[in-house]
Design a protein around this ligand. Structure first.
Ligand SMILES: [Zn+2]
Length: 322
């Protein structure tokens, strides 16, 4: 059997959608799904701008036509997004009232109309049901774009009427070059990429958080540096002062140990003592279990320093085996 065209099948969903946007062939109801921070909103806004673009340039969005400029200023009356409501993070029916009103009549400017709902998992079932009729029977000029970190809260009736494009976590090379474009120095890039689970958003959040780097250094000076029982008191002195950061310190240590288990010694920050490169998998799994326990102790109000001491003790017992 001959395939009509093999090209789109080999394309990732993001490129395919951009191609379809150029050709004016986007589906009228699209749900862009994928983990936090992989660029779903950026893509949805680019598609929305491309749909609304009236420029004559071959590439859309052209960025220079009247519509593109009004899009950037959020001044396009036929580009519809929910209103933010105080006191709830959900997108309630009141948030989409003006969208529902607009959908009951023709586009104001007799062109195309785009409804963009980001974080659609926050739509209440009532709000989803209110949108359903318009999605079921769209007029030719209206496009619905949804983004969602999780599909679980999206009603099957909505899902079944949308094309679902799943955006995958980014591969390492793409993350590295995107972080470079953001002007992030090499030593930070190489640390962020393995820790961000393929999420450029998470990597940028970590980079922008001044506490992240300080905490990473604390983890290196404490959990990673204890080699024998006599090292524990000095590590505890540092950790005692950092009790407000306890949850974050455990998270960073856990991420680094998981990464070491998954990808081996190349992922280790240079400040970590070299014997960690020789750690065996069973030993690392035991340490991960103890990190989990330390988090549980903390949650049940056991004093942080007691939980930390226990964890440090276990680490020295494990490192003695390597
Ligand atoms: Zn344009």
């Amino acid at each position: 059997m001959l395939l009509m065209s093999a090209e789109p099948l080999s394309m990732d969903p993001e490129h395919l959608l951009k191609e379809e946007m150029q050709r004016g062939q986007l589906p009228q109801a699209l749900l862009i799904a994928g983990p936090y921070g992989v660029g779903k909103k950026t893509l949805a806004r680019q598609l929305a701008k491309g749909i609304m673009c009236r420029g004559t340039a071959p590439m859309k969005p052209c960025g220079i036509c009247k519509n593109c400029r009004r899009f950037d200023r959020m001044q396009l009356p036929d580009f519809l997004i929910p209103e933010k409501k105080r006191d709830t993070k959900n997108i309630i029916i009141d948030s989409i009232r003006s969208i529902l009103d607009a959908l009951s009549s023709h586009p104001l400017e007799h062109g195309r109309r785009v409804v963009l709902i980001e974080n659609a998992e926050l739509l209440t079932p009532q709000a989803q049901n209110a949108l359903l009729k318009s999605i079921e029977e769209p007029d030719d000029s209206t496009y619905f774009l949804f983004t969602a970190d999780s599909l679980r809260a999206i009603l099957p009736t909505i899902r079944s009427r949308c094309r679902i494009a799943r955006i995958a976590p980014w591969p390492k090379e793409r993350l590295l070059s995107a972080l470079e474009e953001h002007g992030i120095p090499y030593d930070h890039r190489s640390r962020l990429v393995p820790l961000c689970s393929g999420s450029i958003g998470r990597a940028l959040d970590m980079e922008a958080d001044p506490h992240f780097w300080e905490r990473a250094e604390t983890v290196e000076k404490t959990f990673f540096s204890v080699q024998k029982s006599s090292d524990i008191p000095a590590a505890l002195r540092i950790l005692r002062e950092k009790k407000d950061d306890a949850a974050e310190l455990l998270n960073i240590f856990e991420m680094e140990v998981e990464l070491l288990l998954r990808t081996g010694a190349d992922s280790l920050p240079s400040a970590v003592p070299s014997n960690w490169a020789d750690a065996d998998a069973e030993s690392l799994k035991r340490i991960l279990n103890r990190i989990f326990e330390a988090r549980m102790y903390r949650a049940s109000n056991v004093v942080w320093i007691g939980a930390a001491e226990k964890l440090l003790q276990i680490i020295t017992e494990e490192t003695a085996l390597w």
